[in-house]
Design a protein around this ligand. Structure first.
Ligand SMILES: [Zn+2]
Length: 465
């Protein structure tokens, strides 16, 4: 369906060429939204504006009264335009049932760019190639390749999908980064089981190869140590361990257990450490210690994956619009996701919400401390429908203390900044890429209005046309 729409876009451009060849005015190009209210995180709210885009570039932004003629005009009176949204944490190849439908699902909900934060190159590269091909209408995609893990790989393909790779030594770590750069990766993803020496090597190699870093805080390190050395931290993972009054003792215990005397596989080893330390650390949170940790993180974007972390408190599958969203998923997924996940009690009152409540408080605390927040979902993990889950994420960020405009910032200019693309994307300005979402209600007033999507423009293509 999307391919046909894209061809319709091409037709519009052909039409435009025939107009100019008739000598009807050389300037008449592009598509215009007239009389819209623009909402973006840098320019704020601008009323009665026209936005013209020509192919994949915005060519005019200004008062409708001054707008140039365009080949096609759309009256957007009473409507709102925001920049195309990003999901900063997706896994396109985590579950084969989703790979095919993900691009269309993202676009349906206004997600025009995604950051794939972990997948094996042999599976991921064909998917990326297809998404980037001219015949496909898909979000822009930036990828890291596999999770760069330590001796004990968490996602090793045994009990969980294989999306991680081992880095035993600094030399191996350096070689892996070079290989990823040569394969076209835009950034690297450092995972939880790396040793401090391998972490150092990965950071140095990323810098040498000009690649930003996304990371889980490695269990052998602390957030205040690892965080300032990476571009984004994911899931708030292991921040609680550093905010605890007894953080030094917790770290020493972890380092001992990471020697893995019981010879566990990576996944159970990591799970055992979280089980041992996460909830006690949350209970032992020390205000001063935490303030000191957060003061080190003001230059690192946090991607808290709030929807994932707070699923016990904010279950997407209990929303009124869940069934409509699920209906777009493949049949096998619809069957699977009919019921509450088996790891969550059906009875709401029996759900442990400690980590969920901690997550929302921590997001608010970070935000107040000047730590930048980024929006990501981990889709398709844990019932996160591609695209739909990003809109849910923004709602939870607002519930955690961000304003609606700041939530929009977390899904537009923040991700662009991570990849140094802020001059290309993230706001509605002349010269920027033509990624836009047209809404029927004001998202700056109520973030839930971001669900009222009338049209999505992805790289200058209109969905639906
Ligand atoms: Zn992930």
């Amino acid at each position: 369906m999307l391919n046909i729409l894209k061809n319709a876009g091409t037709l519009a451009i052909l039409m435009l060429f025939s107009l100019t060849s008739c000598g009807e005015g050389d300037q008449i190009r592009g598509i215009a939204f007239h009389n819209a209210t623009l909402v973006d995180a840098v320019n704020g709210v601008r009323a009665s504006q026209t936005v013209v885009f020509d192919g994949d570039r915005i060519t005019f932004v200004g008062p409708t009264t001054n707008a140039p003629a365009a080949a096609r005009s759309i009256d957007a009176t009473g409507q709102f335009l925001i920049p195309g949204l990003w999901d900063m944490h997706v896994h396109l190849t985590y579950d084969d049932r989703f790979t095919e439908i993900m691009p269309e699902s993202f676009l349906r909900y206004g997600v025009t760019s995604v950051r794939d934060t972990g997948g094996l190159l042999e599976k991921l590269l064909p998917v990326v190639e297809r998404m980037r091909s001219l015949d496909t209408l898909a979000p822009r995609v930036y990828f890291s390749g596999p999770l760069l893990d330590g001796e004990f790989v968490v996602y090793d393909g045994s009990s969980v999908p294989e999306i991680g790779t081992q880095n035993l030594t600094a030399e191996q770590a350096t070689a892996n980064v070079v290989k990823l750069r040569n394969a076209g990766a835009s950034f690297i993803k450092i995972y939880e089981m790396v040793s401090p020496a391998v972490f150092d090597a990965l950071v140095a190699a990323a810098r040498d190869n000009d690649m930003p870093i996304a990371a889980h805080v490695p269990l052998a390190l602390t957030a205040s140590d690892a965080g300032p050395r990476v571009g984004t931290m994911e899931h708030l993972r292991n921040v609680e361990l550093n905010c605890a009054s007894n953080w030094e003792e917790l770290l020493a215990t972890r380092r001992q257990l990471l020697k893995n005397g019981d010879a566990l596989a990576g996944h159970p080893l990591r799970a055992s450490l979280h089980k041992l330390q996460r909830l006690p650390a949350i209970a032992a949170l020390d205000e001063q210690q935490c303030a000191a940790v957060l003061s080190r993180l003001t230059g690192t974007i946090q991607v808290p994956t709030a929807g994932l972390n707070t699923i016990a408190l904010n279950p997407m599958f209990e929303r009124h619009d869940w069934n409509d969203a699920l209906a777009h998923m493949p049949d096998a997924v619809q069957e699977d996701w009919q019921d509450v996940p088996d790891w969550l009690p059906v009875d709401k009152s029996e759900r442990d919400t400690t980590f969920a409540r901690y997550t929302m408080r921590m997001i608010g605390r970070m935000h107040a401390a000047g730590v930048p927040i980024g929006a990501g979902t981990d889709t398709p993990i844990a019932y996160a429908i591609p695209g739909y889950s990003l809109l849910n994420e923004l709602e939870i960020l607002v519930k955690s203390g961000l304003t609606p405009l700041e939530a929009i910032e977390s899904a537009t200019i923040r991700p662009a900044e991570f990849l140094s693309l802020q001059d290309e994307m993230g706001t509605i300005d002349v010269g920027k890429r033509a990624d836009l979402v047209l809404l029927d209600a004001n998202p700056a007033e109520d973030i839930n209005n971001i669900r009222r999507i009338a049209m999505v423009v992805a790289a200058g293509n209109m969905v639906p046309d």
